[in-house]
Design a protein around this ligand. Sequence first.
Ligand SMILES: Cc1cc2nc3c(=O)[nH]c(=O)nc-3n(C[C@H](O)[C@H](O)[C@H](O)COP(=O)(O)OP(=O)(O)OC[C@H]3O[C@@H](n4cnc5c(N)ncnc54)[C@H](O)[C@@H]3O)c2cc1C
Length: 461
Amino acid sequence: MSITRRTLLVGAGAGAVGLLLSACTPEPQPAPTRTRTPMPRPTAPEAVPAPAGWLRSTWATDPYSHGSTSYLPAGADPTERQRLAEPVLDRLFFAGEATDSDHPGTLVGAVDDARRAALALISASDDTERLAIVGAGAAGVIAARMLADAGHEVTLFEAREHIGGRIRSIADDEQWPIPPQLGAWLLSEADLASLDGRLVDLGDRSLALDTATTWNAEGETEGLDGAPIAQAVEKAQAQASDAAITDALAANGADLDDPALSASLAWMAAMTGADPSRASSWYPPHFPGDGVHGMIGDLDAYLGDQLEGVKVATASPVARIAYDDRGVSLRLGTGEALSYDRVIVTAPLGVLQKQGIEFAPALPFSHRGAIAALASGFIETAWMRFDEAFWTTEATIWHVAGGDALIRTWLNLQPFTGEPVLVGLVGGADAERFAELSERDATAAARASLAFFAAPADDEG
Ligand SMILES: Cc1cc2nc3c(=O)[nH]c(=O)nc-3n(C[C@H](O)[C@H](O)[C@H](O)COP(=O)(O)OP(=O)(O)OC[C@H]3O[C@@H](n4cnc5c(N)ncnc54)[C@H](O)[C@@H]3O)c2cc1C
């Protein structure tokens, strides 16, 4: 059954972080017309052909991200983000998705928060000051643009050889009909509209993924039902202490081994990075609202358009940040040290947690407490292009229910591109496992995860 409507639950409590998850309520409609007699699907990876094109992300093991998004684990609350966002001596300003309170963990959050930090810095400084930004992801680029527009000279230091951070498009016309996106590209309609023109000029370069199907070993089955999660969270929000989402489900009598429930949790994790066995019920993870829209094109290049007039130093990891009430010194990985009046730090939460940058003196307790209290979420993605389609469904979002698939969410781009391209999304602890696999094992895991969708060889006609 196709999911035709998604209703969203809003986290309880004033100022709750945001939206929880799709309740995925199917509208009453006739049972789908089956074109084939139901029969057990093949489950061996060989049932799915080897891809002609393959790309995947490994954000979990990347030293310049150590994760994909931030979220609140059970017991943490949104004030942690505000504490991390507090300027230190009016010299160091933190910004990015982890310090945004309204849309944390998202591109919209990163962009909004960059504006907040840039405005705070502008009001603390005069236009003769030397300014720097650490990190050229969405937040760093937007902050740099604002400071440059306000007449400041600003230098942007980026550890990688390219800008974009957790936005990563691979432009390769020969291999792919559209540039694979290894980082963020999926947004709610409202978030897409909010970013268009602010982050990138999209024009009509987006696509709507708005038809979903769920498959198990026997073929197409009932759509996902987020209601058990929504109910468990609602009950947990009335309790005296916070509980992780899976604990809330267990307390509410849910069967965590139920294939439909685990597919719903996998969908939530793939879209938010949050591990349901850690994520707070009181402040459940943000979920991109009704329907998912994909930004297409070379997003890194669009982002680069924002950097006219900004000095950009790529392949320049900042190893140490020394600060006092007179200024900030950045020491690069090369050993070079440079002095600035004020600095915005947009390095991801995972980098701060793993102490990828040394601060001298150590950051105030409240900042260190906030860094420790927030959780790094994981999302990984696998792009696969096949010589020909081995599937029969035209739905654009596929869920895998049951079995032992590592990747339980797939996007079918064939309806848009005309070419057999599938995109796997995996979140939470499974994403960490996926990132650690060798290329060979990762490809095998992806193929095995698609086995339910492969037409059996003797099922022609
Ligand atoms: C696979 C994946 C899917 C996602 N899906 C979505 C989605 O669908 N929708 C959505 O809204 N969000 C999504 N996100 C989250 C989104 O990508 C982030 O919220 C956003 O891009 C964060 O921007 P940022 O500028 O805060 O951080 P980043 O983009 O990570 O930028 C930080 C920059 O700092 C650099 N850096 C790190 N250490 C150093 C150092 N020592 N010195 C100098 N530079 C350093 C990094 O290289 C990076 O470029 C996804 C993320 C991933 C990984």
